[in-house]
Design a protein. Structure first.
Length: 112
């Protein structure tokens, strides 16, 4: 079992812009062949994000149409990009899975 990371203040947590978005499309990236490029719909805007799943999860196309939690105001996986899809498993050598709401909610809804 991994030790718990040091505590952060509530201000740090509240400074993260985490929202729900629906994955509308997915393709392999021309600029980063080991990464997937996803288009996420947040209702008022769409954003492209990179995901490092191509070699660790088979049938990754099954996430198209699913909602996911995304931290929008953090650096992305590629220099110059922003936003990270929240996922579980990859740090523990498991097949990665999305962090998602238990039932559909409006795209763009924010973590509180």
């Amino acid at each position: 079992m991994h030790p718990i990371k040091p505590f952060v203040t509530l201000d740090h947590l509240e400074s993260l812009d985490i929202r729900v978005g629906t994955i509308r499309s997915l393709q392999t990236s021309d600029e980063e062949p080991a990464l997937l490029l996803l288009l996420i719909d947040f209702l008022e805007f769409q954003q492209s994000l990179f995901l490092d799943w191509e070699e660790t999860r088979f049938e990754y196309e099954e996430i198209i149409g699913k909602q996911a939690l995304v931290a929008l105001n953090v650096p992305g996986l590629v220099v110059g990009s922003s936003g990270r899809i929240l996922e579980l498993g990859s740090l523990d050598q498991l097949m990665p899975v999305l962090v998602c709401p238990e039932h559909p909610i409006p795209d763009g809804s924010r973590l509180t």
